[in-house]
Design a protein around this ligand. Structure first.
Ligand code: FES
Length: 157
């Protein structure tokens, strides 16, 4: 959680949990709201939700890991989504991924230590004609090659 807004966010989170106290069936809804509020789902948040709703922590973890939408790690300021759908895959997405991972020093699913970039692999972004494609936040970059993808990153440094 962002340090400066931590207390305020905990208060809001507690309100959300309070509204669903003892209601295990609200788990997904509460997780959604918590992630919208905080940006990700750190362990202490999952513990608070498990206790509040009356479900086991392992059940909470299994739901969080089942849905790709949920993340237990903070996202970077710049969120890189590399497409590994079929069109992008055959046009070289694996080589681009390898290069991005090397350049950033992280694996897909992680964020850089400085919080600047996070990298994730996604399915078809709906721009197959421009394969291979990646997005940085809401901006799309197509017809990539490994060097070009690195050059794109440098514009965000
Ligand atoms: S497969 Fe990558 S945009 Fe469609």
């Amino acid at each position: 959680m962002e340090a400066c807004k931590c207390e305020e966010k905990w208060e809001q989170l507690n309100e959300i949990i309070k509204a669903h106290r003892g209601q295990p069936s609200s788990l997904i809804e509460v997780l959604h709201k918590a992630q919208e509020l905080i940006g990700y789902l750190p362990k202490q948040v999952l513990i608070a939700i498990a206790e509040g709703l009356g479900v086991s922590l392992s059940e909470v973890y299994s739901v969080v890991s089942f849905y790709a939408y949920f993340t237990t790690k903070p996202k970077g300021k710049y969120q890189i989504s590399l497409c590994k759908g079929t069109a992008c895959y055959v046009k070289g997405a694996p080589e681009i991924l390898e290069r991005l991972e090397k350049e950033l020093g992280i694996k897909a699913g992680d964020s850089t230590d400085d919080g600047r970039f996070s990298l994730e692999v996604v399915r078809c972004l709906g721009a197959c004609g421009l394969a291979p494609v990646m997005m940085v936040n809401k901006r799309a970059y197509g017809l990539l090659r490994p060097d070009k993808a690195v050059a794109v990153l440098q514009t965000y440094q």
